[in-house]
Write a protein that binds this ligand. Structure first.
Ligand code: CTP
Ligand code: MG
Length: 397
């Protein structure tokens, strides 16, 4: 946390509860708050939403100490960590985790605190706004939704009907007067409530209901995770990236183009293998996921990349795209030079690129052209390449 010094008043702080084990989703795989959703750990979705909300002054995650490396890894997926406080360790129950988070905020003494389940990735700025607005008139606020299905009491295999109209399901973020909630937690430390609204109600403070959204559901079972992936997928748009590169000729007997060695009376100069086609394509893939350019990831000043196979660069870009939830759908490369003639090598180059990208060769287009003798390319001083990469949101597993 860098932006505010310790003397700064934090009026509104959010706690994200992420210390559970996610037992109901199953023990195979990561705890649910760190499972991938849209290419990022699930926790990142709600965390990002709070971090980018202008009226939330600081955010703290309550984590499970055994999951600290997963938390550290998740942070790498955030665009900014501004206003993120150091995490604190939670307890064996949700109530204990919330208490630990609240105790850790005592010295900061915010006016209000919002408590959110890390397992609800679809929280929006509007949800946070609604909570903050209602807190202006109430000491405890909870979003709730009516029941869609009939409500029954279950008793040893027998169902007893219960009229549902007066019942609601409670969601998060729930908002509270900080001092009141901390006091309620201290007073009721021996209880085990499933949310903070229940606890503060027990302490005698009425809970104001605000309209919740069904899409702000909690990922609890495997089916919820699948539904979340489908929702994200339908929201995600395809991406296009463009890349351009030039390498000059130097003395030699062979050039490497799009992963293929082509005999020629010269070579291409460069720190790596100077594969101008793969460099342009790497930049196109990086561009599609806004991940910078090839020089940022593989600086020419780094001796590790001397004479390196440029396929490594392209594979790294594909890996980054995969992490962001995208796969390569189609690429189109244009190579520009007077010589050598590239048509005889086109199919080999397409095969090589398809192999690196692990896609069908029909999704790889390679074209060649000249500049009609004009300019530096026309004078035969080097080769240029342009590339376009089309990426699609990854299919739901
Ligand atoms: N939580 C927590 N500390 C706990 C238990 C839960 O911080 N000891 C958090 C969870 O990480 C989750 C939220 O509270 O973000 C809601 O709890 P729940 O959905 O029950 O998550 P889990 O307890 O992890 O899941 P399960 O009950 O299936 O084990
Ligand atoms: Mg639980």
């Amino acid at each position: 946390m860098t932006t505010k010094d310790s003397s700064t008043k934090f009026a509104r702080i959010a706690l994200i509860l992420a210390a559970g084990y996610g037992e109901r989703i199953g023990k195979n795989g990561l705890p649910k708050q760190y499972r991938r959703l849209g290419g990022r750990p699930l926790l990142c979705h709600s965390l990002q939403c709070f971090l980018t909300h202008e009226r939330i002054d600081a955010i703290r995650v309550v984590l499970n100490p055994s999951q600290r490396p997963l938390y550290e890894e998740a942070l790498e997926h955030l665009q900014s960590q501004e206003n993120l406080l150091d995490p604190v360790e939670g307890g064996a129950t949700r109530q204990q985790s919330a208490r630990a988070g609240l105790e850790s905020l005592e010295s900061l003494a915010p006016d209000v605190v919002l408590i959110h389940d890390a397992a609800r990735p679809f929280v929006t700025h509007e949800d946070i706004d609604a909570c903050l607005e209602a807190l202006a008139h109430s000491k405890a606020v909870t979003p709730s939704i009516p029941l869609a299905d009939s409500l029954k009491q279950y008793d040893d295999g027998v169902l007893r009907h219960t009229p549902r109209d007066s019942y609601r399901l409670a969601l998060t973020p729930q908002g509270f007067n900080f001092a009141d909630l901390l006091q309620a937690h201290r007073d009721l430390a021996d209880s085990s409530f499933s949310d903070d609204a229940a606890l503060i109600e027990c302490a005698g403070i009425p809970v104001t209901s605000i309209e919740g959204r069904r899409d702000n559901f909690k990922i609890t079972f495997v089916e919820d995770h699948l539904r979340a992936e489908i929702m994200l997928n339908s929201q995600a748009h395809p991406r296009t990236g463009f890349g351009y590169d030039v390498h000059r000729f130097t003395s030699g007997a062979c050039i490497r183009l799009c992963g293929v060695d082509i005999p020629f009376e010269k070579s291409l100069a460069g720190h790596s293998d100077a594969d101008v086609g793969l460099h342009a394509l790497t930049d196109a893939v990086l561009g599609a996921v806004s991940a910078g350019d090839i020089g940022m990831h593989f600086p020419p000043s780094d001796p590790r990349w001397q004479n390196s196979d440029s396929g490594i660069f392209l594979k790294h870009a594909v890996h980054l795209a995969d992490q962001e939830g995208f796969c390569i759908h189609h690429v189109d490369i244009t190579l520009i030079c007077e010589a050598p003639s590239l048509a005889p090598h086109r199919d080999a180059m397409r095969e090589a690129v398809a192999g690196i990208l692990n896609i069908d060769v029909s999704a790889v287009s390679i074209k060649a052209t000249t500049t009609e003798g004009l300019g530096f390319l026309g004078r035969g001083e080097g080769i240029a390449a342009q590339a376009v990469a089309n990426l699609s949101p990854k299919a739901v597993p």
